[in-house]
Design a protein around this ligand. Structure first.
Ligand code: ARG
Length: 485
């Protein structure tokens, strides 16, 4: 209903339970209408309604209700025939929703009521027994845990796909040298494979965080009822097992008021998004005109409407930007939760949209990032040229002075600094400085020095555990490919 002025006034002499609910298919009744004399104000309905977004939980809601009904039946709390009818009715509703034939009604507030009212239309009294020994508070907590668990599994699979894409490119480029940066200043040569595998390590920690969150999430709140548990002889272990949970949650108050699982999920997504944002930033730098270390194809770039020469890395930029809404989701939900006393409060209805939105965003970012990794053309020659610029093998020169001349490293650093200054003054790179010029600065230097000044020699020498030597990188890439395939 549109909110016109006339809709804002107090109204409603008509008893709610006697009135078919506007917009409800076939005319439903509010589930809590017993002691209410009037229907909700339009504003009340507008602020309260959640069906617009919590309809996403329909599968989980039906799954949870089927588990609950079958437990009620087997415990003798409702008749076996009723339990069977409820089960069949819920399966029919699932088919209706799947086929797009289900009419979701705002007036029925949320997904739980929409489904229960439809079941009541189909079955009559049997359906009215389904809500025995539960409440929407434990129902929504269960639905949402199931949804987040599914999302966690989906995200984990996509992160592994991204890691696989990276490990494959790393194996191809175990020997390709590129400039390694600190402070975005040329530091020392590294291999491109090594650089990509740094991200594989980061994403594997993300997998660890997501798996940890999943393990802690996997307890079932169903049967905690409104907040205190129930007097019916329910079997919470049975419903927990039926829904794939490890066990029921231990405390009924905590069960209905806990959203840690959503917060842990959003924190894991935030760190994952931060990692992808850093990688996106690198892609943007690498394919920028001054660098040209990689190129993205038409598949992962857009053109400019005015500058025909442009090829813009929009997928990388949007991956970087979507991090903002993922962080926002985490901060938003933390803020929703921070002032809530035990147990359930309607504030918690605001838990869903940020989680749904962050999930959409993370899937897009994961797919775009894996796509760009697979799509990118790597300019090995340009990487090699830049790898040797900026006196990137200065540390190798200093290390040679230490190793061969037994110089203390601090002295070697000083001598090397003077050689770099000389090269800079003569507009040469390090291997271009003549032996005679070097000997002016340190007479004991021999022509052996030139053996360590190339970028290939530099990376090959970095054989320490975890270092960038091509042999290390090839072995690490192989290890990851074995783990991921
Ligand atoms: N739509 C509600 C939510 O998302 C469901 C639980 C409602 N419980 C209640 N006592 N009003 O939180």
């Amino acid at each position: 209903m549109a909110l016109g002025d006339e809709d804002l006034g107090g109204k409603g002499e008509t008893p709610v339970s006697a009135v078919p609910v506007a917009g409800a298919p076939g005319g439903g009744q509010l589930q809590w209408g017993g002691r209410f004399g009037a229907g909700p104000d339009a504003v009340m309905q507008a602020i309260n309604v959640s069906i617009g977004f919590d309809r996403k939980l329909w599968r989980q809601d039906i799954e949870g209700s089927r588990a609950h009904a079958s437990m009620l039946g087997s415990q003798g709390i409702i008749a076996a025939a009723d339990a069977q009818a409820i089960d069949a009715g819920l399966a029919d509703i699932a088919a209706e929703i799947e086929a797009g034939k289900f009419e979701f009604a705002d007036a029925l507030e949320d997904i739980h009521t929409n489904i229960e009212v439809r079941l009541t239309q189909m079955l009559g009294d049997a359906a009215r027994r389904l809500h025995t020994g539960r409440s929407r508070n434990d129902q929504v907590a269960t639905d949402f845990r199931l949804w987040v668990r599914g999302a966690l599994d989906g995200v984990l699979a996509q992160v592994k796909d991204l890691m696989l894409a990276l490990a494959k490119r790393a194996a191809q480029h175990a020997e390709s040298v590129m400039p390694g940066f600190t402070h975005l200043q040329t530091a020392q040569p590294v291999t491109f494979g090594h650089h990509l595998l740094a991200y594989v390590e980061m994403f594997s920690r993300d997998c660890g965080r997501l798996s940890d969150a999943r393990a802690r999430l996997n307890e079932c709140p169903l049967g905690a009822a409104a907040l205190a548990g129930t007097s019916f002889p329910i079997d919470r272990h049975m419903t927990a097992a039926a829904l794939g949970f490890d066990k029921p949650t231990a405390n009924s108050l905590d069960s209905v008021s806990d959203r840690d699982f959503a917060l842990e999920y959003l924190s894991a997504l935030s760190i994952l998004a931060m990692h992808m944002s850093r990688f996106a930033e690198e892609i943007i730098i690498w394919c920028s005109s001054p660098y040209q270390l990689i190129a993205l194809s038409d598949a992962f770039t857009t053109g400019s409407s005015i500058m025909p020469q442009k090829r813009n890395p929009d997928a990388a930029e949007l991956t970087r930007a979507k991090t903002g809404r993922i962080f926002g989701a985490l901060l938003g939900l933390l803020t929703v939760m921070k002032g809530l006393p035990m147990a359930y409060a309607k504030d918690m209805q605001e838990d869903k949209e940020p989680v749904f939105d962050a999930t959409d965003a993370i899937f897009l970012c994961l797919a775009a990032t894996a796509g760009m990794v697979r799509d990118m053309t790597v300019s090995v020659t340009r990487m090699q040229a830049l790898a040797g610029s900026g006196f990137s093998t200065a540390t190798d020169l200093a290390d040679w002075l230490v190793r061969v001349l037994n110089m203390p490293f601090r002295d070697a650093h000083h001598v090397t600094g003077r050689i770099v200054a000389l090269a800079e003054a003569k507009n040469l790179d390090l291997p271009g400085v003549s032996l005679a010029d070097m000997q002016e600065i340190e007479p004991r230097i021999t022509d052996q020095i030139f053996g360590v000044l190339t970028v290939e020699a530099s990376v090959a020498s970095r054989t320490s555990f975890g270092g960038t030597a091509p042999a290390n990188v090839a072995a690490a890439a192989k290890k990851w490919l074995e783990i991921l395939t």
